[in-house]
Every structure is written in C-alpha cells, then in structure tokens.
Design a protein around this ligand. Structure first.
Ligand code: ZN
Ligand code: ZN
Length: 423
C-alpha cells in the first residue's frame, strides 16, 4: 500500500480542495480522509506531499510516440518515461506511425508494448486506411483491440464525404472523432502562420482560415450525424468561435489547446525549426482568445501534441524541417506560468483541463474516490527549475523551451498505485 499524506487534494470531479490523505491499495484508491485520519497498515509506504498539490492522474490526450516505425525519434518506452516526468499518468497516442495504426494488429502491437510502460497508453486509431483519406479504416476491430478515439492526425480527414462516414460509423460505436482541422488547399506549402511576420521572414504562411474552415465543416457534419467531434490543437480565434457556436447548439463538440499555442506567437518564429509546428504559432490576438477560452470553459482540455523528431530530421532549414515539438515535460509548468500565475484561471480549472476535461471527451471517469484507479499527479506550484532538454528521457530534443526557468513542476507521478516518477 502507498499512503500519500499531507497534500492539498484538488479534485474537480468532486470539487474537493482540502488537506486530505489518500491510501492506495494496489491499483485502486482505497481511502480518502482528512489529513491524519487514515490508519494504514505497518508496512505501508508513505509519500509526504506537504506543500504540494495532489490531483487526479493527468491525461495527455494528444501525443505522438513514433512506434512502430520511427524509433530513432521516440519509442513507447522513452515517450512514456518523458510523459511520467511531465506528470502524465495516461497518454493517447496518435495513429500516424509507420505503418499507420489503421487495423487491429497494429493496435494490439501498441497495447502490448505499452503494457510494459509505466504510464497508461490509450491508442487512437486512424479514420481512414493509411490515413490516406480514401477508405474507412478497420474502426470496429480497432475498438475491440483498445482504441479510444479515431483521427487521421497529421492531416485532416480528407473530404467532407469521408468525414461524414467516419462520424456516422463512430457515432454507432460511441467513439469520439478527433480532427486535425486543416484545409489543405489553403495550407499547401505553408511553414508558418500567414501574417506580417511570415512576410517579413519571407516564409510561406497559411491563413487562420485554413483551420477554421475545416472546423466549420466538421461542426456542420457533427450536427448532421450526431457524432462526438473533438477539435485537436485548436489555435485560431475563428475556430474557437465555431466551437462556441456548436456548444450553444448543444452539439457534442469539444476542443483542446496546446501549451505552445497559449504561450508563443508567430512573432517568436526566427528561422528556428524548434518553433515550427502544425498548426503553426498564431497571432497575438489568437493567443489571447485561446486564454479567454481556457478561462471561460469553451476549451475542454490542454493537450501537448508531443511530437518528437530526432535531431537529424529536425535540425535543418526551417522550410525543410518537419512540424512538431516535444511537449510532455513543459506542459504543466507552462500552464502554471501562462494561465495560473498571472491569474487567468484557477488552479482547480487547470487541473480540470488536464484530468476531468480530457476524461469527459474520452467518455471515462477521472476522480479521487475509493475504488477509482490509483493514478495521481503530485506537483508544486512554486518549485523553481530550469528545463534542460538534454536530460530528457525522450529520444528527441526539439523543444523551444530548452533553458527556460519555471515556477512549479511535477514532483511525483503515480500510476496504478506505483510511483513511476519522483523528482
Ligand atoms: Zn495534428
Ligand atoms: Zn498531433
């Protein structure tokens, strides 16, 4: 057994904010009681969380683990170790591996590899075969094998007709459809967001509408089909307005925002490929809109879109570098820095965005209560540290936040009653 004592327990599901002790028995929570009130057996391991926040296990619902196929950039083992360091107890891995996770045998391969990892891995299956946008993938068989959602991430579901089919099918299976919203005709050839900065740098930009046009398409299809639509890495104000509109109509439409999109803007791009991701860093006004959406409840989750690329691929000219950056180990610290410390959102709301928020989208429970999985994220809001990407367990180094000093950090990550990371 493991007793986590003296911590400030923050649980959005039960609106708990109090000094509580938590007794974990194997992979389940056994007891939750005011500090000092639990009498644990003699041989119980004790974690003293005095001065720390104890939250339900954080979920990162949008990550790339690169296995199978690109193991020189990341593996399930290295990626999940990096996730544990970031305070994540569960991650949802996108299907754009090589081969693409578009059938049950690939899903089973991932689930099997992940069974040896410290952190829970919940695979997302491709919407179309090879994510090519032509024919439906083996969604029902993948669901049996363990997928929790469907996406062609890396690109959008190619056509409105196919998106409709995917939504109809996923609705019957009660699976969310996660969309990488991008109109490829508007985004073709672009390497950053279109605007004054792209003009100044002489780099090809995509307009914000490349994202919001696709969101509008999908919101209408979600209404037509009744499907659960989740907009991945939403970066533009106009897209958020579409999501708000959908919510007002009572549609099952949700969205996530990444830490890099609420931290950085297009002006931060300086021919440095560590600032190249898709969707690209947006305008100052977009960033402000995202923060407002995180505060008012329009945004449902924070997800990192952890996208490792080995140095040989990423350390090249801006134009030629692949899209994507590391996310696990800076996600919590950036959320504290950008959202909580300046007073935009409460600590409880931040925990919600990492726990109950993604859980609801995935259709699962996330709370600290007897009988629930013994997954906890323990963090400090004050601990000062400097991110050194060279020390990351990830196989890749592509972070624009290397060398940044933060106030607040993950201190311990507990999955199924086991400490999988301790600072
Ligand atoms: Zn994407
Ligand atoms: Zn992604």
């Amino acid at each position: 057994m493991l007793l986590v004592k003296n911590g400030r327990v923050l649980d959005p599901a039960s609106k708990t904010d109090a000094q509580f002790d938590i007794l974990l028995d194997g992979d389940k929570i056994k007891e939750l009681a005011p500090a000092g009130k639990i009498s644990a057996p003699q041989d119980t391991e004790v974690f003293d969380a005095a001065g720390l926040i104890v939250a339900p296990g954080f979920i990162d619902m949008h990550v790339h683990l690169r296995e199978p196929g690109q193991e020189s950039s990341e593996t399930i083992e290295t990626g999940t170790r990096s996730a544990a360091r970031g305070g994540f107890t569960a991650v949802c891995c996108m299907p754009n591996t090589r081969p693409v996770n578009d059938n049950a045998s690939i899903t089973r391969f991932i689930v099997d590899k992940a069974s040896k990892a410290g952190v829970r891995v919940w695979p997302i299956g491709a919407a179309s075969i090879g994510s090519k946008g032509e024919n439906l993938a083996e969604i029902a068989a993948m669901k049996q094998a363990g997928i929790v959602a469907v996406s062609d991430d890396g690109k959008p579901i190619a056509t409105a007709k196919l998106a409709r089919q995917v939504m109809e099918f996923c609705r019957s299976l009660d699976l969310p459809v996660i969309e990488h919203s991008e109109d490829v005709s508007l985004a073709a050839g672009a390497v950053m967001r279109e605007g004054v900065t792209s003009t100044r740098l002489g780099l090809r930009g995509m307009p914000a509408a490349a994202e919001s046009v696709c969101v509008a398409r999908d919101v209408q299809l979600a209404e037509l089909t009744g499907a659960r639509l989740h907009v991945a890495h939403l970066s533009a104000k106009a897209s958020l307005e579409q999501v708000r509109f959908a919510k007002q109509r009572g549609l099952h439409v949700t969205c996530e925002v990444t830490p890099h999109h609420f931290t950085l803007i297009d002006e931060d791009v300086q021919y440095d490929s560590r600032f190249k991701m898709n969707p690209p860093l947006a305008s100052r006004e977009d960033r402000e809109a995202l923060i407002a959406g995180l505060a008012d409840g329009s945004v449902d989750a924070i997800a990192t879109d952890h996208a490792p690329h080995e140095p040989a691929l990423k350390d090249v000219e801006f134009d030629k570098a692949p899209f994507g950056i590391l996310g696990f180990e800076t996600g919590l610290a950036l959320s504290l820095e950008q959202l909580v410390h300046p007073g935009h959102i409460t600590l409880m709301r931040m925990v919600d965005l990492f726990t109950t928020g993604p859980a609801k989208i995935l259709g699962i429970e996330r709370k600290i209560a007897p009988g629930q999985p013994a997954d906890l994220t323990i963090f400090s809001t004050t601990h000062e540290w400097t991110y050194d990407v060279k020390k990351s367990p990830s196989k890749s180094r592509n972070s624009p936040f290397d060398g940044r000093t933060f106030q607040g950090a993950p201190i311990a990550t507990i999955v199924a009653g086991r400490l999988v990371y301790k600072m």
